[in-house]
Every structure is written in structure tokens, then in C-alpha cells.
Ligand binder design. Structure first.
Ligand code: GRF
Length: 212
């Protein structure tokens, strides 16, 4: 029997990706426990969902820290209380310092609303519309110190339609985020992600013995 992996999810707002992951983990009975949901904002909507689902929550208010290093040190303390195997950034709107990223190297995932390496940074849907690309999408990647550039785990593409604005496009991309992020986290939990030379290989699903 595989050990239960512990996951800490970081959010800053609505937390719909976090909700998709929690729901999939429960419905598909992943061998993991969502150990905590932590926010850098006390008013993050997603905290209520987590609490209602019996998941411990914590808040480390970024505005109360005078610099990034101090915040990241406090955040790391809050996360490591739960000894996570995986840290999941789900709409966590903070740039993280290199020592923080290094501490979670190979065990921290992020979702970015574009087909990386196109359109890193903010306002990705605006960037896609302005560039006139015909497909856009979302990317799940391991987090490295190079913002929005870590090894890619999963991607989903959506078409740009003639009447799209940032909102219609964001909605179409978000629906795909809710598909690929749970899938990628599940792969990690199942031990199926291997980083080789900066590229991610997804190992075949291991056959499960009958009666389990
Ligand atoms: C998502 O589009 C995610 O890709 C981006 O911020 C948004 C967060 O949405 N980083 P939610 O908080 O998961 O609902």
C-alpha cells in the first residue's frame, strides 16, 4: 500500500482550482490528504470552502511584512508545520524568493493561464488577444526561480473566438484549468512525474492489484 502524501495548497482568492483539486481527490480517492489551505489574504473566498470541507486553514498576511524575505520565511514556517510532500500554488498571487522556491524544489506546482512559454506574467488573456494568437490555454508546471518557466507537466489549449474578450477567454481557459490541474496533482501523488534534464516525463499508470 502506498503512503498517503500530504498536500498544502496556497491560494489568494476565489480558489476554484483548489476546489477542483479537493473535489477530485475525494471523488477519485487519491492516496493523499489535503493537509492545509493557506492564504496570504484573510478575505480569500476559497478559505471558506476549505473550512467547510474540514481542511485546516491558515493565513499569513503578506501586507504585514516589510519585505519578501520576511514574508517567505513566515509562509515557509506555516507550510512546513504540515510536512507536505507537495505544495500546490492555486491562484497564489505572490512572487516567491529563490530560497523559498529552492526549499520546495521538485515538490511545488503552479498553474499559469497561458500556454507557456508564451505570455508569462500577468494579464495573460489580454496578452493573447493583443497578439492575435488562434489558440490559448493553461499550463501546469513545476516552480523554479525563473518566474513562469519551470518544467511543464500538463497543458490544455482552447480556441480564441472572434467575439472573445478577456472574460470569455478567461472562463474558457479556467474550465480547462479545472481539468488539467487535478490531473497533474494526481500524477504527482501517484509518483508518476519524473524531471529529467529540465523536462517532465509522465510515467505509465501502474497496474493496481485486484481487490484494492
Ligand atoms: C487562475 O486562472 C490561475 O491560472 C491564475 O489565477 C487564477 C486563479 O483562479 N494563476 P482560482 O483562484 O483558482 O479560482
Amino acid at each position: 500500500m502506498r503512503a498517503m502524501k500530504k498536500i498544502v495548497i496556497l491560494i489568494s482568492g476565489r480558489g476554484s482550482n483548489m476546489q477542483a483539486i479537493v473535489r477530485a481527490a475525494q471523488a477519485e480517492k487519491w492516496p493523499c490528504r489535503i493537509a492545509a489551505v493557506i492564504s496570504n489574504r484573510a478575505d480569500a473566498e476559497g478559505l471558506r470552502f476549505a473550512a467547510e470541507h474540514g481542511i485546516p486553514t491558515d493565513v499569513v498576511v503578506s501586507k504585514e511584512f516589510s519585505n519578501r524575505e520576511a514574508f517567505d520565511t513566515a509562509l515557509r514556517g506555516a507550510i512546513d508545520r504540515f510536512s507536505p510532500d507537495l505544495v500546490v500554488l492555486a491562484g497564489f498571487m505572490r512572487i516567491l524568493t529563490p530560497p523559498f522556491v529552492e526549499h520546495y524544489s521538485g515538490r511545488m506546482l503552479n498553474i499559469h493561464p497561458s500556454l507557456l512559454p508564451s505570455f508569462p506574467g500577468l494579464a495573460t488573456h489580454r496578452q493573447a488577444l493583443d497578439a492575435g494568437v488562434k489558440v490559448h490555454g493553461a499550463t501546469v508546471h513545476f516552480v523554479t526561480a525563473d518566474l513562469d518557466h519551470g518544467p511543464i507537466v500538463a497543458q490544455a489549449a482552447v480556441p480564441l473566438l472572434p467575439d472573445d474578450d478577456e472574460h470569455t477567454l478567461a472562463d474558457r481557459v479556467l474550465a480547462q484549468e479545472h481539468v488539467i490541474y487535478p490531473r497533474a496533482v494526481r500524477w504527482f501523488v501517484e509518483g508518476r512525474l519524473k524531471i529529467e534534464n529540465g523536462l517532465v516525463r509522465v510515467l505509465e499508470e501502474r497496474a493496481q492489484p485486484a481487490n484494492t
